[in-house]
Design a protein around this ligand. Structure first.
Ligand SMILES: Nc1nc2c(ncn2[C@@H]2O[C@H](COP(=O)(O)OP(=O)(O)OP(=O)(O)O)[C@@H](O)[C@H]2O)c(=O)[nH]1
Length: 492
């Protein structure tokens, strides 16, 4: 399943809360309007845009959003270019994901494929392919250009083309999302054309019954209600105010439906989040040391496991240091992830000095020629000064081996803590040099708006978001996808 689809499905607690709230706000004082009937689709093979009564064009669009025509036509072929495959294949298959091999597709390899990676033994140091040469600083694309991007065109189009062997070439989440976003074929969740032009008979007889939409005039009272709604989704007062104020610009006094408000808010949220959507940067210097911090239970261990698996699957050599020596369960959990991914996990006896383990792990990573060293840490905020000293010591000792380390300090935050996440950013920024955020557990929380507040307030890069416990439930952060998922925007 595409990550965006999962994100949308799993952010339902946040989006349905917003949805219900918006319905109530618009219905309260809104007026039901009849909109132009939606033509029934009779001939989906004909490309085109459905007709709309000119005087009610926007209303018709809204009605379609609210009640999409069920038999939407397939994408016109020129909307889904797949230059490397014959036209027939694309049409016959009807599945863009398979016929247009892409980096995004590769993120969707089933976990089973990843589990098939060999045991956690030190793998034979295979020579790195040319395309994995160290990247220049700020070059964000660690993804080797796999053969699947440019598949060999078949001399003779096969009637049943074999699916591409994508499992082995999954990209890590550090893949730059800008590239993905610029490629329309990757947006399989957002077909560009909602419906086809009806056939002739359809145009004559097949018009659906007139539909209605409720719209309410945007005024101060409604703005206040919208603000409260966003605050209830954990967006925080300041951010909610900003979103609503910007959204209101140019729309005061206009009649808006729920769908239109959602789209306006989604655009505003995406605009706020755009500057912080930055994949984890990769540096030419290896091993790149990534220190992972966060309170207990925020998802550090799981995030490290997912990162290690994704990087390993992308051909990177990874070493993990199980630096939370206070919790045996955390060490065991990391070992399970390490075994799955074929990544060595360095451990130390319970209660021993995590800095000493980090020092050894640094040595091991250097000796192994590892690309990445991921260091887990304890998250005992109960004793802040102890934790601060512990983190400072880890940094001191690894700098004995590389004075530029750690190259990233990732703060892992649990979305279910809502506004508390803001305090955690403050505290961890005080005690460590936080360079970026990962937000976990966006699935199953009605507090997803907190990520908008974080972006608005701190401006720290958001590298990735977690929406479940499986390997591929962590992906780079895409502001537009997130905003749409949070607001429950339906793009037809
Ligand atoms: N639903 C959901 N659960 C998650 C996600 N990420 C982590 N978890 C779960 O959250 C729990 C805590 O995750 P850990 O990775 O152990 O958190 P931690 O920060 O390492 O915790 P400590 O080891 O106590 O410091 C585990 O049960 C994970 O499976 C996520 O994105 N979604």
């Amino acid at each position: 399943m595409a990550f965006f689809k999962k994100l949308k499905d799993r952010l339902f607690k946040s989006s349905s809360k917003i949805d219900e709230g918006l319905e109530a706000i618009v219905t309260d004082g809104g007026v039901e309007e009849t909109v132009a009937p939606v033509p029934e689709v009779q001939d989906p093979s004909v490309d085109g845009v459905p007709e709309a009564a000119p005087e009610a064009e926007s209303a018709a669009t809204d009605a379609q959003r609210m009640d999409p025509v069920p038999e939407a036509a397939p994408l016109p072929t020129d909307e889904a270019p797949a230059p490397s495959l014959p036209q027939d294949d694309r049409e016959a298959d009807g599945d863009e994901e398979e016929v247009v091999p892409s980096a995004d597709d590769m993120m969707e390899a089933p976990a089973a494929a990843v589990e098939a990676v060999p045991e956690a033994v030190d793998p034979e140091p295979a020579p790195l392919p040319a395309d994995e040469a160290p990247l220049a600083e700020e070059t964000l694309d660690p993804m080797p250009v796999p053969e699947t991007i440019q598949p060999e065109p078949e001399p003779e189009p096969e009637p049943e083309p074999e699916p591409e062997p994508e499992e082995e070439t999954r990209a890590p989440l550090v893949m730059p999302r800008t590239e993905v976003a610029s490629s329309p074929v990757l947006r399989e969740d957002r077909p560009a054309e909602p419906a086809a032009k009806p056939g002739m008979l359809g145009r004559l007889f097949g018009r659906a019954a007139p539909q209605t939409v409720v719209r309410r005039t945007l005024d101060d009272e409604m703005l206040e209600q919208l603000e409260e709604l966003l605050i209830s989704a954990d967006m925080g007062v300041d951010t909610a105010l900003r979103v609503v104020a910007n959204m209101a610009e140019g729309h005061i006094g206009r009649k808006l439906s729920v769908a239109e408000i959602k789209e306006l808010m989604s655009a505003e949220i995406a605009r706020i989040m755009e500057p912080v959507a930055r994949p984890l940067p990769l540096y030419p210097k290896t091993p790149q040391v990534v220190l992972v911090v966060g309170v207990n239970g925020s998802g550090k261990t799981t995030t490290i496991g997912k990162l290690a698996s994704q990087f390993r699957a992308a051909g990177k050599k990874v070493v993990i240091a199980a630096g939370d020596t206070f919790r045996a369960a955390a060490v065991e959990q990391l070992q399970v992830w390490g075994d799955r991914a074929g990544v060595p996990v360095l451990t130390a006896p319970e209660g021993s000095d995590p800095a000493s383990l980090a020092f050894d792990a640094m040595g091991r990573a250097q000796a192994d020629g590892a690309d990445l060293l991921l260091i887990d840490t304890a998250g005992r905020l109960q004793n802040r000064s102890d934790l601060m000293e512990e983190l400072a010591k880890i940094v001191r000792v690894i700098r004995k081996k590389d004075e530029s380390a750690p190259h990233n300090t990732l703060l892992v935050l649990d979305a279910t803590t809502g506004q508390n996440a803001l305090n955690q950013v403050k505290v961890f920024s005080d005690i460590s040099d936080v360079s970026g955020l990962v937000m976990t557990k966006l699935d199953g929380t009605a507090k997803g708006g907190v990520l908008v507040a974080l972006a608005d307030k701190f401006g720290l890069p958001i590298h990735a978001i977690g929406i479940g416990e499986q390997i591929d439930d962590l992906d780079a952060f895409d502001p537009e996808e997130f905003a749409d998922a949070l607001m429950g925007v339906e793009r037809t």
